[in-house]
Ligand binder design. Structure first.
Ligand code: NAD
Length: 496
């Protein structure tokens, strides 16, 4: 059986005795093993990144960007292979994997603008004959730790930007589906990146802890669940590292009585069940304003949900695939049961929905639950499965309050035809990414991605302009050339 190793200093290596199984979630079978790196392997990766940093940080942004142009080309040429690897280990359908790849490539394209992004800021004559400017310098060795649900896109949120900014990088992919992540890093190497600029160490907690405690790692970019994000942020900060740690979510859509119901139903299907609900922006709660809105929406959702097709990643006609592991499937089923135990109404039960021939796969069918209330455990938790919960409120203010009271604040959306209601929603909602008739308001690569509250620990969001700031440190220079004409007087008060 194949064991996935590490990419260190331009070569594959694997000297770790510990391994973990990787499953094909569609069949439930173990398909590969992944090496679990620890302190020693991280040490080797840091040494390679340290050796590569002086030359790479001095390479011009234009030359660094040229590697990214080539990388984009290679990602496009190898799209089928990337999507196959994602499908085999994650389970998402090939069209969804292609979408993930495309959204990742958009971040590579943004990073290709490095000469423009790193231009700095200049002010001439801030005082007589004095000029001042800011430069953006790389931090040194930086690291990325990524989740299972976007094994291609989330790493592409991080390392293209970090690397064009002149840093060298250590990536620790999810141990549940590491192959596609490793493959894209190899493509970057192939694009002409010098050895040691990108290093991939596979593993779990031990590798993460080694990154967090290594004195030469200057910054950590993390995406994953909230308890781990909080741990990463507090540990990294205590070690004096810069850190951005994106966590979990509970994304609500408010459905107003005037909303275009056909549009609501069609877009909710993809937003709630696409990628089996395993997206941090998945819309998992529909808050209907008024019982009539709720009844109409559920009546329209029912047949639409029953028509969804569940199955294996390679069949393009499937709408979504399995969830990542048996343990995760069991957790989702527990949430469904707890909702009904606490009084919610199970409208469509997906607990037993494996497609024919894939009975051992980790499949959960699309599930619709009505009359969910804020005290229920299934409402408090991030289920991260194909489960749409419906809540009923009587006013828009009640809906806004409900969302603002939730511990997460990643994404949200309002469905309405009323511009005034939409504007009130935008102004008053305590969430980082907001949609108006857009259920998954994921910012494009030239914006930045980040939630509020316990969905993001740190000051800077991911990619876009915040990405440039996160992976650089500012140096501000104030300069004057004394001349015979202008001599400095003695001065003991603050210059004004
Ligand atoms: P996870 O937190 O279990 O794992 C994420 C990473 O942390 C992995 O690389 C893993 O190896 C590492 N890790 C896990 N346990 C650890 C521990 N105890 N100590 C140190 N490191 C540890 O997350 P996941 O299940 O892979 O991904 C799903 C979660 O990620 C969901 O909560 C989802 O909302 C979130 N997510 C958030 C965003 C966002 O942008 N906010 C995007 C994608 C996913």
């Amino acid at each position: 059986m194949q064991t996935i190793g590490h990419l260190i200093n331009g070569s594959m290596s694997n000297n770790d005795s510990q391994t973990q199984d990787i499953y094909n979630p569609s069949t439930g079978e173990v398909s590969k093993q992944v090496a679990l790196g620890g302190e020693k392997t991280i040490g080797e990766a840091v040494a390679a990144a340290k050796a590569a940093f002086p030359a790479w940080s001095k390479t011009s942004p234009l030359k660094r960007a040229r590697v990214m142009f080539k990388f984009k080309e290679l990602l496009e040429q190898n799209a089928d292979e990337i999507c196959r690897l994602v499908g085999e280990e994650h389970g998402k359908i090939v069209h969804d994997a292609a979408g993930e790849l495309q959204r990742g490539i958009e971040n590579v394209e943004y990073a290709c603008g490095a000469p423009e992004l790193l231009k700095g800021e200049h002010s001439r004559n801030v005082a007589t004959d004095i000029d001042s400017w800011s430069e953006f310098h790389p931090l040194g060795i930086v690291a990325g730790i990524t989740p299972f649900n976007f094994p291609v896109m989330v790493p592409l949120w991080m390392f293209p930007m970090a690397i064009v900014c002149g840093n060298t990088f250590i990536l620790k992919p999810s141990e549940r589906d590491p192959s596609a992540t490793l493959f894209i890093a190899q493509l970057l190497q192939q694009a002409g990146l010098p050895d040691g600029v990108i290093n991939v160490v596979n593993g779990g907690k031990e590798a993460v802890d080694a990154i967090l405690h290594h004195p030469d790692v200057k910054a950590v970019s993390f995406v994953g669940s909230t308890p781990i994000a909080e741990y990463i942020y507090t540990t990294a900060a205590a070690q004096g590292k810069r850190c951005q740690a994106l966590g979990g979510a509970k994304n609500h859509a408010i459905v107003m009585p005037d909303a275009d119901l056909d549009n609501v139903v069609t877009s909710l299907l993809g937003a709630a069940f696409g990628s089996s609900g395993e997206r941090c922006m998945a819309l998992s709660v529909a808050v209907a304003v008024g019982d009539e809105t709720a009844d109409k929406m559920i009546a329209a959702l029912q047949p639409a949900i029953q028509g969804l097709k569940l199955g294996v990643h390679s069949d393009k006609s499937n709408d979504f695939g399995p969830v990542i592991t048996q343990a995760h499937k069991s957790k989702i089923l527990e949430h469904i049961k707890s909702a009904t135990d606490q009084g919610a109404k199970l409208v469509i039960d997906g607990s037993d929905a494996a497609p024919e021939g894939y009975e051992q796969g980790f499949f959960v069918g699309p599930t619709l639950i009505d009359h969910v209330t804020k005290e229920m455990h299934s409402y408090e938790a991030e289920i991260f499965g194909p489960v749409l919960q419906v809540m009923r409120v009587q006013t828009m203010s009640e809906a806004v309050q409900l969302i603002n009271d939730h511990e997460y604040g990643n994404g949200t959306c309002i469905y309405t035809r009323d511009g005034e209601a939409a504007r009130h929603f935008i102004d008053n909602i305590e969430v980082g990414m907001v949609g108006v008739n857009i259920p998954l308001p994921v910012p494009v690569a030239s914006q930045s991605f980040g939630g509020w509250k316990r969905s993001l620990f740190g000051d800077l969001a991911m990619y876009g302009p915040d990405g440039v700031r996160f992976f650089t440190k500012r140096k501000t220079i104030t300069q004057r050339w004394p001349s015979a004409v202008l001599r400095e007087e003695k001065q003991f008060s603050m210059p004004t």
